[in-house]
Design a protein around this ligand. Structure first.
Ligand SMILES: Nc1nc2c(ncn2[C@@H]2O[C@H](COP(=O)(O)OP(=O)(O)O)[C@@H](O)[C@H]2O)c(=O)[nH]1
Ligand SMILES: [Mg+2]
Length: 456
């Protein structure tokens, strides 16, 4: 073993999907991984080259034939010695293989995310790359895939590590100045460039933070909530966008009482669309609870679609318990536009800031979808393809970046003594270090890796 892995146990797992399958990949990693070749009587392949081999069991009987790979550490996924068997994906083959490996001393099945965790602990990946990999495995839309791959291959690492390195050198420069300067030095010069550099980095990071949450929206979906009076056509619109009967549609007002949510892939944008109870005066306890939930959903949405039927023009709902500045952006939709007679349409004209839709005739649905997609800014995400301008994808990153900006602003504050400002430079670079998983992350690691599947 030519790596310095400190894990006593060698782990193994099925790294491919459910059986039966054409090929099943069994991954083995750890200080003793090489002996997996011996137990199946396979000669050691050239590093990183496929070798067609017959695997035989303890009595010398054939077990399966497949491709075998040998990845000596540290140039492997985990940084440890890794062996991979590409076998036939049957339950019987895998049972036989796992049973044999399970009898080896200090060998066991891997837990979810354990290979990736070892890759992280062995310095093969930083935490943003780990998260990018997790997102890539979970990606459902093209935009998510692009963004996740970008992050997995180090776009955020480069950005944040670049900033962190800049801060470390700035700190080193100031500290060197403390050590070597005497009182006769030009006063203020170090203090000034610390201010300039810290504040200019704070501005850069703030610009990165002001991204309209686009990356987070791509990753976890654009949360859109339908609100309106009872019978405005909310449930009908949800069904039309979902292209299936998710919500009950009736002409009885107050039919929808709970918040009903569907995930839609609208032109590569993940949209989490929620139907809510109609807002009206009511003393029915269930309906009131429905309205309370509708307001809560509206408050946490990225976008509200306020629906108003064409035959009751101008009647957009007001929220009882919410100020408008607590609310996300609102897009007005005029539903049941088929009910408008030509002459009436002419009279009312197109209302500029409203989108006309009719679920019955299908008009306007395309336009509404385009509007949602535009709002989710899939097109903007294309910028991130190049890696020049990767987007923030998680609250964890956002919070750390915000505290980094705060520290930088204090570090740039000329009224504070230089010794204290250097300390703020340190907390600023620590915030970036936390995003990358370089420091103080023990408590979040369990959470991040538990979201992985077994075999990754
Ligand atoms: N003519 C017409 N009727 C509609 C349209 N959309 C919904 N409706 C009718 O309006 C009534 C209320 O619809 P629903 O979706 O349950 O409204 P909600 O209470 O806001 O969920 C039902 O009878 C629907 O068939 C539409 O585009 N055109
Ligand atoms: Mg409804």
């Amino acid at each position: 073993m030519n790596t310095s892995s400190w894990y006593p146990e060698t782990i193994f797992a099925l790294a491919s999907g459910r059986t039966p399958s054409g090929v099943a990949v069994v991954r083995v990693s750890g200080r003793d991984a090489r002996s997996a070749l011996d137990v199946f009587h396979v000669k050691q392949p050239e590093p990183r080259r496929a070798q067609l081999s017959l695997l035989t069991g303890s009595e010398g009987l054939p077990l399966d034939q497949g491709l075998v790979f040998w990845f000596p550490g540290p140039a492997s996924f985990t940084g440890e010695d890794v062996v991979e068997f590409h076998l036939h994906g049957s339950a019987a083959v895998l049972d036989a293989v796992f049973q044999t490996l399970g009898t080896l001393r200090n060998w066991r099945m891997a837990e979810p995310g354990e290979f990736t965790r070892r890759a992280f602990e062995n310095g093969r990946m930083d935490l943003t790359e780990v998260e990018g990999l997790g997102d890539l495995l979970a990606a459902q839309t093209e935009a998510q895939r692009r963004q996740a791959l970008n992050q997995y291959t180090g776009a955020l690492s480069m950005l944040y590590d670049g900033w962190r390195q800049a801060l470390l050198s700035l700190r080193a420069a100031v500290e060197a100045d403390f050590d070597f300067s005497d009182e006769d030095d030009v006063p203020g010069s170090v203090a000034e460039f610390v201010s300039d550099d810290a504040l200019s980095l704070a501005r850069q990071i703030q610009a990165h933070l002001n991204d309209g949450r686009r990356g987070e929206i791509i990753r976890s979906g654009l949360r859109v909530v339908l609100v309106g009076l009872p019978n405005a056509g909310k449930s009908s619109l949800l069904n039309a966008l979902a292209q299936k009967d998710v919500a009950i549609v009736t002409d009885v007002p107050g039919t929808t009482r709970d918040v009903l949510t569907v995930s839609l892939n609208l032109r590569d944008q993940l949209v989490i669309l929620s139907d809510t109870a109609g807002m009206r005066d009511s003393d029915d306890a269930i309906e009131l609870e429905g309205m309370r939930r509708a307001e809560a959903a509206a408050r946490s949405a990225d976008l509200i679609l306020s629906l108003c039927p064409a035959d009751q023009p101008g009647f957009h709902i007001a929220f009882r318990n919410l100020d408008s500045d607590e609310l996300p952006p609102i897009l007005k939709v005029r539903t049941k536009s088929d009910l408008l007679l030509e002459t009436v349409t002419g009279e009312l004209g197109q209302i500029n800031d409203e989108i006309d839709v009719s679920v019955k005739s299908g008009t306007g649905l395309d336009e509404l979808m385009s509007e949602l997609v535009r709002f989710g800014s899939v097109s903007n995400a294309e910028q991130s393809d190049t890696g020049d301008n990767p987007l923030i994808t998680r609250t964890r990153h956002r919070l750390a970046l915000q505290s980094c900006v705060e520290s930088l602003e204090s570090a740039g504050d000329n009224l504070l003594p230089l010794e204290i400002r250097v300390e703020f430079l340190r907390t600023a670079s620590d915030s970036l270090g936390q995003i990358l998983g370089r420091i103080d992350v023990e408590d979040i690691l369990g959470h991040i890796f538990s979201e992985f599947c077994i075999g990754k």
